[in-house]
Design a binder for this molecule. Structure first.
Ligand SMILES: [Zn+2]
Length: 280
């Protein structure tokens, strides 16, 4: 599932191609449930002849700002993909929404698993979405002190907290595992038992793994592509995620796989010891 670095890469690949363009019309709405709001018919009417002002991101959402103070908000979820294609490209069965632009291109939303969603939101809708999400981990306002304060207000185990979009926005299974490995913390560690130094290490690790993956244009295992259909390169830079049985890059111990919060979780049993404090 695309996480912050993949969605940011999609945003960056869309930005130069979309800003300044107009959406002429929605030419295909083959799976109406992809349109979360408003009703698909209204969605198509309201998108006609709208100018694209900016392409932003919040957490794992791509936000395409339009004139008239509204925005197209896209959540890719499992297999969703936003792709820029030629004017004569034909949508396949998995292309649920297609937009025709004023520059001879089309923007396809393709999603074989159909979990992805698109909203047309006004300013209040965007504010509501923003209010449901924790701070952006790479935002300069999220200092080490602010991160410490966030975690000190919470109880529970580390990995489920990192996956909670209301605490911190944009992390998913891959980057939570990578950050915990880098910070030498066990995913079941109780947050209440962490020292300030451990929280600082986690803060640095979260930012580092996200920045590195953005530089590598995201992690592609199967479905994820940018807006031009290109794969990311970060899969070869992962230290633990998806590497069960392979040696830990730090100590050589085979990476172990466990299940935390119903998610496959990858750790080095030596670098990330399971301390008695876990039950606290
Ligand atoms: Zn290790």
């Amino acid at each position: 599932m695309p996480e912050l670095p993949e969605v940011e890469t999609v945003r960056r690949s869309l930005l130069p191609a979309l800003v300044g363009r107009r959406i002429l019309e929605v030419t295909r709405c083959a799976w109406p449930r992809t349109i979360a709001a408003p009703a698909p018919e209204l969605f198509c009417t309201r998108l006609r002849d709208r100018a694209i002002l900016d392409v932003a991101r919040r957490a794992k959402y791509v936000i395409i700002h339009l004139d008239g103070d509204e925005a197209l908000v896209v959540h890719l979820r499992m297999t969703g993909r936003l792709t820029l294609v030629a004017p004569d490209a034909t949508p396949d069965q998995h292309t649920h929404v297609a937009l025709r632009l004023d520059d001879e291109r089309q923007l396809f939303f393709r999603d074989p698993r159909k979990f992805g969603r698109i909203w047309l939101l006004d300013r209040d809708g965007l504010a509501r979405l923003d209010g449901q999400l924790g701070p952006e981990p790479l935002d300069e306002t999220l200092t080490a002190a602010a991160f410490r304060a966030l975690l000190r207000r919470r109880t529970g185990r580390l990995k489920p907290l990192l996956l909670d979009q209301r605490l911190i926005a944009g992390l998913g299974n891959i980057y939570a595992d990578e950050a915990l490995w880098q910070a030498r913390l066990h995913p079941l560690q109780s947050v209440a038992q962490l020292s300030d130094e451990q929280i600082d290490a986690l803060y640095a690790a979260v930012r580092d793994v996200l920045q590195r993956s953005i530089a590598n244009r995201g992690t592609t295992f199967a479905d994820y592509r940018d807006a031009w259909g290109l794969r990311g390169d970060n899969q070869s830079a992962l230290n633990v995620y998806g590497r069960a049985g392979q040696p830990c890059p730090r100590c050589g111990t085979p990476i172990a796989r466990l299940v935390v919060a119903q998610r496959g979780t990858h750790i080095c049993p030596v670098c990330q010891p399971c301390s008695p404090a876990h039950d606290a």
